[in-house]
Every structure is written in C-alpha cells, then in structure tokens.
Write a protein that binds this ligand. Structure first.
Ligand code: ARG
Length: 462
C-alpha cells in the first residue's frame, strides 16, 4: 500500500527518517480511529448534501469508510508511521481503495479541526466509562455502609482518636467526594460537547458548508463560535485532567486508609487474597499493593495535568504541533484512573471488616470525653467548666490506667458532684453515636439518609 506524504507537493526532498518517526503520532492516536471515521462520515455526508461534492462520491466515501471501520475492528488493517497520524492513515487507506472520490473527502477541512473534533469525541466516549466506574464504586460504598451502620469506630483528627462515629458514616464521606467528582466530569462534558469542524486550519472555509448539520449527525448540541479558538482550544482536555487529578487525590486518601487499616497495628480490615500480594522473602507478608499503586498513580495523573498545562502555556494562536502532545498525557490519565477505579472497587467490595477491632480501638481513646462534658452541660453547667472537669477525669484515668467507663461513681463524684448514675449511659459509645442525629451526623437515622442520597444518585445516573 502506498503511504506517500499527502502534503508531498511542495517538497523537493524526502523527510529525514528520524523526523518521520519523531513527527508521527499514529502509535498513540490510532486509538481514535472510530471517532476519526465517524467524523469523516458526517463531513462527507454534509459535503454531498451541500453539493460541494457529488452524491455518488459522498456515498462511495461513506460506504467505504464503514468498511474500513469494520476491517480495523477485525484486525485487518495495519497503520503506517509514514502516514504520520490516524487522520492521514485513514484518508490514505480510503484513497488507495476508491481513488479520486477518496481524495475529495478532505475538501473544506483541515487536520486541525479534524483532530479537535476527534479528541472531543474520544474524550466524550471515555467520560461515559469513567462515570460508570464512579457509580460502581459508589454502589460498593453504599453496600458496605448498609452492612456497617452499627459498626462503631473512632473518628480521627490529626490521626489521633477523636470522637465516635460508625464505619458507615466514615466511608460515606468518600461517597460525597465521588459524587462531586462525578459532577466535575459532567461539567467538563458540557464544554467538550461542542463541534469544532468547519474551523478549517484556522480561518474556516469559503465552501458553503453546513456546520449545524455535521453537529446534528454526530450528536453535538452546539458548534464552536470562533474558528481560531475552534482549532486551538484544549481547555476541555485540561479540565478533564484536573477533574481526574482531584478524583485520584480522593482515591489516594482512601487508599492510604486501607493501607493503614490492614496493618497489624490497626487490624481494622482484612483484604481478600485476590487483592493482596505476598513477599518473595517474608512468608508472613500480605501486602496491600492495589491500594499502594492507586496512591502511587495519583502522582502520575498530576504529572499528566502539568504536562497539559505546560504544553499549552504561551502557545500563540492557532494550532501548533506542540498540541499533538495532549494525547499521550490525557490518555495516560484516563487509562490509569479507569484501572484504579476498577481494581480499587473490587478490593474494597471484597475486604472483610473487623468490627471487634474497630470497637476495641474506639474504647481506648477517651473518644467520649466530649460527651462526658456534654452530659454536665445538659445538667446545667457552662460548657467551658464542663470541658475542664472532663479533662481532669481523662488525666485521672490516664494516671490510673482506666477508661471513663471503668471509673466508679465515687471517683466521678470526687471530682464533680453533678455526676449521677446516668453518666454511664451518656458515655456509652453507641449512645454517643446515636445521639448525633444532626443531618450529616453518624446516628443511624442520619446515616440512613446519607445512604438514600447515594442510592438515589446512582439510580438517577445509571
Ligand atoms: N497529529 C496531529 C495532532 O495530533 C494532527 C493535526 C496536525 N495538523 C498539522 N497542521 N500538522 O495534533
């Protein structure tokens, strides 16, 4: 098959072979073959309808492009780096198959608006997959939350035991983050979903094209309003990389918790064997590699975002070849976020919660000291005084190696005679949790409300 340079007319010499390799993007933009073909089918259809090319040529192009698509999917087509990128590979294959009609496809079009279209379409197909994976993780969180509404644990600040919550309440915090991540991807989609074809190289075209018709054929709700911006805008790529960076930051925090929790020191969870690995030397080891890799890959996604921001910085209008570098960065960000979401979800769904260990750790940290102070406040004492009494009790317990639950009523009353027998009920961790019925709090009814919100979100978006 001949892959002569489509632009060879102006040149007297062949391109240096290293430049040929250097310039070529087919090794990574080949994955946009479907979008490139769909875009060309819409363009050729419009050219035919507008009388810019003949109906016969238009139909021949469209039917051959369908065949090329089938052949690519059947693994029958080999791309060549000599044709540089996916756009020229497809056009060359088409022209080799149908001759002159194929040469008419690129009328009123430039690779600059073609690539802008392809990348938008490709990213829009990937955001659908990303959103589905987020819903998958949300549903795993909802299931675990339902099973752990009464699993009392210590909530932490500064990684010090702070106040009692439940595991359901704890992991539902991540559900809120993921719902925002989902929303950020939807926001990106709005600006991605604008059709740039017709911008030409930068100055549009003199042919009487119908841009709205192309948009309609491809399912875009809008077309770009400035041809220079149409070919030089990559905001939507950066926006997606930034949404993915924030998402991965959340995943990295979640991973860090998993890593801590499955250590012997915490022992709050046990990972399924299928989602942990052993050591080549230490027989006792069971390592949380999945969570560690998700945490590690987060840096890489930030790197992709930086690549994109730096690549676009200072670029004069309109298209510059620098912009070819957008693809590897955003593809890397998407691929790694997708695999992270997928593996993390299965790891999370299959982990075993050790409620006894969570409860035991919660018992030791005086996490009911605030509730002890609140008890006195409810009996009429000002909060600051009550805070001091409770603090003294904690100091007394620490010196005598006791918990608040283990003090006798005499010990309580020795410090403050407001204490009565009902203090034991007030400081019981289960009661401390269930007393926090505030919207957003850890009490059963508040957590049930949170679970409903997550379940409704999943149902509305599935
Ligand atoms: N492969 C190129 C890219 O990804 C396509 C656009 C090339 N346009 C050009 N004028 N060289 O950006």
């Amino acid at each position: 098959m001949s892959f002569m340079k489509l632009w060879s007319g102006r040149f007297k010499k062949d391109v240096d072979s290293r430049v040929n390799d250097f310039n070529s993007s087919i090794s990574f933009d080949g994955r946009m073959y479907k979008q490139d073909i769909e875009g060309s089918i819409a363009h050729a259809t419009m050219l035919g309808e507008a009388g810019i090319i003949s109906h016969e040529d238009s139909e021949l192009i469209v039917s051959e492009l369908h065949k090329i698509l089938d052949d690519i999917e059947a693994g029958k087509v080999e791309f060549s780096i000599d044709a540089e990128d996916i756009h020229m590979n497809i056009e060359t294959i088409l022209t080799n198959r149908i001759g002159d009609a194929g040469k008419r496809l690129h009328t009123a079009r430039s690779r600059n608006d073609q690539v802008a279209l392809d990348i938008r379409m490709y990213l829009l197909s990937e955001t659908k997959v990303l959103k589905a994976k987020i819903l998958g993780l949300l549903s795993a969180i909802s299931d675990k939350a339902k099973a752990n509404i009464d699993t009392v644990m210590a909530g932490y600040t500064h990684l010090q035991r702070a106040q009692p919550v439940t595991l359901a309440h704890y992991i539902l915090a991540y559900a809120q983050m993921l719902i925002r991540d989902y929303g950020r991807i939807c926001d990106c989609e709005k600006r991605m979903n604008v059709m740039p074809l017709g911008s030409g190289a930068l100055a549009s075209t003199t042919y009487p094209i119908n841009r709205e018709r192309v948009a309609e054929l491809l399912g875009f709700p809008a077309v770009t309003e400035n041809s220079i911006d149409g070919v030089s805008d990559r905001d939507f790529v950066i926006e997606l990389a930034s949404a993915l960076s924030i998402l991965m930051m959340h995943m990295s925090r979640f991973s860090e918790e998993i890593i801590l929790w499955c250590s012997s020191e915490f022992g709050f969870i046990e990972l399924d064997d299928a989602y942990s690995t052993g050591s080549s030397i230490m027989p006792q080891k069971k390592n949380p590699d999945v969570a560690e890799l998700v945490r590690g890959k987060t840096g890489r996604i930030y790197g992709d975002l930086m690549t994109l921001l730096t690549m676009m910085k200072s670029l004069p209008l309109a298209y510059n070849k620098d912009m070819q570098e957008d693809k590897e960065a955003i593809f890397d960000a998407i691929d790694n976020t997708l695999i992270s979401l997928e593996v993390f979800t299965s790891m999370f769904a299959t982990m075993t919660v050790r409620a006894d260990r969570l409860r035991a750790a919660a018992a030791k940290g005086f996490i009911n000291a605030t509730d002890c102070a609140d008890y006195l406040v409810k009996k009429g004492m000002p909060f600051r005084d009550a805070y001091k009494v409770s603090g003294k009790l904690v100091a007394y317990c620490t010196e005598n190696d006791k918990t608040l639950e283990e003090l006798s009523l005499d010990e309580y009353r020795a410090l403050c005679d407001v204490f009565e027998d009902d203090v034991y009920e007030a400081i019981k961790l289960e009661n401390c949790v269930n007393g926090r019925k505030v919207r957003g709090g850890p009490a059963r009814e508040s957590v049930e409300r949170q679970i409903t919100i997550v379940d409704e979100f999943i149902a509305e978006n599935r």
